[in-house]
Design a protein around this ligand. Structure first.
Ligand SMILES: Nc1ncnc2c1ncn2[C@@H]1O[C@H](COP(=O)(O)OP(=O)(O)OP(=O)(O)O)[C@@H](O)[C@H]1O
Length: 211
């Protein structure tokens, strides 16, 4: 069932190291849709995503979630959000299962062993649950990180270069995962230097321009 979630940017601007990266960015994303944030290296894509996730302050303009500024509803918004940054944010000295259980606990959920096994199988990591993350390849680590999306109840997925280190099968898998998420009324914001196709759902493009 579709929900009425929405994410909006209004006159959003960002200054880093005394340099204006972007300004006056306006955009609205409704439930069931995805936003491709594009632009040259250093234009500010990661900075924008970090602002959306509350990891960097909003210097000018506003970010609204369901019509309200995100700062006024931090807890709600955090619950609705799942962020995957450049780094996988995995504990290298813990097993795959332990990492996923930790993610579930952080999201306020009881770790579900069966569901975890299902997700690992879906991501081509069957039988890897007891393996230490530091013994996985880069692509496998990325797959573990991405499998957290499936275990999260979040409506909004914010993904910074999710395809990095993924092979062709992994790229297809992630595209299907996002398409499925959108079909259930979810939303996704992602950056990628590659062209991205998510099923038949057209991208809403936000091309950041160097100032
Ligand atoms: N804390 C900071 N202090 C100073 N400058 C910063 C800081 N964080 C980012 N920058 C600068 O802001 C600019 C934008 O960085 P950002 O990572 O957002 O770009 P990007 O569009 O994601 O780039 P890429 O496509 O290369 O990943 C870069 O020039 C970067 O050096």
């Amino acid at each position: 069932m579709k929900t009425s979630h929405s994410l909006s940017f209004s006159k959003l601007g960002c200054i880093k190291g005394g340099r204006q990266l972007f300004k006056n960015v306006d955009c609205t994303l409704e439930a069931g849709n995805w936003l491709h944030v594009a632009g040259a290296n250093g234009v500010g894509k990661t900075s924008l995503l970090r602002m959306v996730c509350g990891l960097a302050p909003i210097e000018s303009g506003h970010i609204f979630w369901n019509g309200l500024p995100i700062q006024t509803q931090s807890e709600n918004f955090r619950h609705d959000l799942c962020y995957l940054g450049h780094l996988n944010a995995l504990q290298e000295s813990m097993t795959v299962d332990e990492n996923l259980a930790f993610t579930s606990a952080l999201g306020g959920m009881t770790p579900d062993r069966l569901k975890t096994q299902e997700v690992l199988t879906q991501f081509g990591l069957r039988g890897r649950g007891k393996q230490l993350v530091r013994h996985l390849s880069q692509g496998q680590k990325r797959r573990v990180a991405l499998s957290r999306l499936v275990l999260s109840p979040a409506k909004l997925w914010v993904l910074d270069e999710p395809y990095v280190a993924m092979d062709e099968a992994g790229i297809g898998l992630l595209a299907n995962l996002i398409a499925d998420h959108l079909s259930k009324g979810g939303m996704a914001v992602l950056t990628s230097h590659q062209r991205v196709a998510i099923g038949q759902i057209p991208a809403q493009m936000l091309e950041l321009q160097a100032q």
